[in-house]
Design a binder for this molecule. Sequence first.
Ligand code: THU
Length: 115
Amino acid sequence: MQHAYAPYSHFKVGAALLTAKDEIISGCNVENASYGLSNCAERTAIFSAMAQSGPGLVIKAIAVVNDQGVPCSPCGACRQVIYECGPEAIVIFQSANGWKESPITELLPEGFRLQ
Ligand code: THU
């Protein structure tokens, strides 16, 4: 979160990913002047993990924090990316009712998988 590049939203987010090999890889949001090109902390962590360790990445869990201490659950795009590498992943995030741990399949029912 401290490494976040968020000059447009001023909303700094960090994600910590726990892999099946029990490694922890972190990520932050990286924004762009062309707003739509911004990348969320969750996807930065997942893409970094894969860049470091290869395509065999399996996500056991991913936790998300922000610098404002407000509710912040992963966006739809990140849910699909988490599901790709972690169909059994647990997502830890701040909800409107405090900290929550949810299976990704609860946050993203019927996630897309290419047959
Ligand atoms: N953001 C994340 O990094 N993760 C989330 O789960 C929600 C939103 C970022 C994207 C953008 O840089 C900023 O927060 C405001 O939307």
